[in-house]
Design a protein around this ligand. Structure first.
Ligand SMILES: *Cc1c(COP(=O)(O)O)cnc(C)c1O
Length: 368
């Protein structure tokens, strides 16, 4: 492969010595769950996100489940979710017994369209879950206004948006709770699973610390029916090192995105990502849209360029959600995106020469 989609091994091996030193530090500490590393990471990540509190948990899905639970979303409630998202957003809703109600994206941004929220609202609507998909911040102000007007809670899925900004402020403190994933391939990724919740609500943070640890604040006193969902010391120690590289990695992603934006503008049929006003994307993915998506993917593979599809099947068409009865054609915009979106190589240490090579391979697909 001349240009891999994402070279995770190279990204982590670049930091080999520091990651090994941190591993030794944890090994020698004798403390492997909820110790100093998690505490330090939580403080550093909250600072980074310009938010009051961060609570480390086991993964991104749990971050969303615990957030909904702590904010009082109950069985039978309805939660407005994007029709175009990774299925984890929907699964979190189902795991608290609530029902995911899809809201279509705007074609330009691929994110939840605020103008479609009102039509999806019922007496049972309790929460809205904007997702900052591909690292593009969702248009939060109209979503927050809508939630305020109707007394709904807002849980953001920021699993793809580490470091992104909306109207000057980092993603992490706009909604009531914000769920993060540190899955290895994310902009801030560990060497295993990990997640966090950020919030400006001190009581909510305390409740989340209880829920993640068996519903217990002090050992062997269990106040509520909690989970075992803790970020472990080793991942926290590794993530502290990765966090120091996040801005530099995002800057390189932005350079690649700018290059693609310039090289791929005005190609027939191909639409590049649209960035809404007042945001700084994290560029987790660089996703183009075109009708002949599968032909382009095949052409690029033949030239040694790795691509991926995010996502080939929208949540409402997965077998897991047949019970909702949302047939083919029920979410036409999300279905169109599943058929036409293609993610190009982008990453924190990918070089611009490779991005030029990818652009040229795309241009010669169009005989240019
Ligand atoms: C990765 C991801 C998640 C889930 O994170 P895990 O840590 O894998 O549980 C949730 N939502 C979105 C949009 C994601 O990309």
């Amino acid at each position: 492969m001349h240009v891999p989609f994402l070279d995770l091994q190279a990204i982590n091996l670049q930091l080999e010595q520091e990651l090994l030193d941190a591993t030794r530090r944890v090994l020698g500490s004798g403390r492997y769950i909820l110790g100093q590393e998690v505490e330090d990471f939580e403080r550093e990540f909250a600072e980074y996100c310009e938010v009051g509190h961060a609570v480390g948990v086991a993964n991104g899905l749990d971050a969303l489940i615990l957030s909904l639970k702590a904010l009082g979303v109950c069985p039978g409630d309805e939660v407005l979710v994007p029709s175009n998202t990774y299925i984890a957003t929907w699964l979190a809703v189902s795991h608290v017994g609530a029902v995911p109600v899809p809201v279509e994206p705007s074609l330009a941004t691929c994110n939840m369209d605020p103008d479609r929220l009102e039509a999806a609202r019922t007496q049972r609507t309790r929460a809205v879950m904007p997702v900052h998909l591909y690292g593009q911040p969702a248009d939060l102000n109209p979503i927050l206004d809508f939630a305020n007007t109707h007394g709904l809670v807002v849980v953001e899925d920021a699993a793809q948006a580490h470091g992104a900004r909306y109207k000057g402020r980092r993603i992490g403190g706009h909604g009531h709770a914000v769920g993060w994933s540190f899955y290895p391939g994310k902009n801030l990724g560990g060497l295993g699973d990990g997640g966090a919740i950020t919030t400006n609500d001190a009581d909510l943070a305390k409740e989340l610390r209880t829920l993640r640890n068996y519903g217990s604040q002090s050992k062997y006193h269990n106040e509520v029916i909690g989970w075992n969902s803790r970020l472990d010391e080793l991942q926290a120690a590794l993530l502290r090192i990765k966090l120091r590289r996040l801005d530099a990695g995002n800057t390189q992603r932005a350079r690649i995105a700018a290059l693609y934006g310039k090289e791929l503008a005005n190609l027939p049929e191909l639409v590049v990502p649209h960035v809404i006003e007042g945001v700084v994307p994290a560029w987790h993915l660089y996703t183009v849209r075109l009708p002949r998506r599968d032909d382009l993917a095949r052409h690029l593979a033949g030239q040694g360029v790795g691509t991926m599809i995010h996502y080939p099947t929208p949540p409402h068409r997965q077998a897991a959600y047949t019970s909702l009865g949302l047939g083919q054609g029920s979410q036409p915009i999300a279905e169109n995106m599943a058929a036409q979106l293609l993610s190009l190589p982008i990453g924190p240490i990918m070089n611009l020469d490779d991005a030029i090579l990818v652009s040229h391979s795309i241009r010669n697909f169009f005989d240019l």
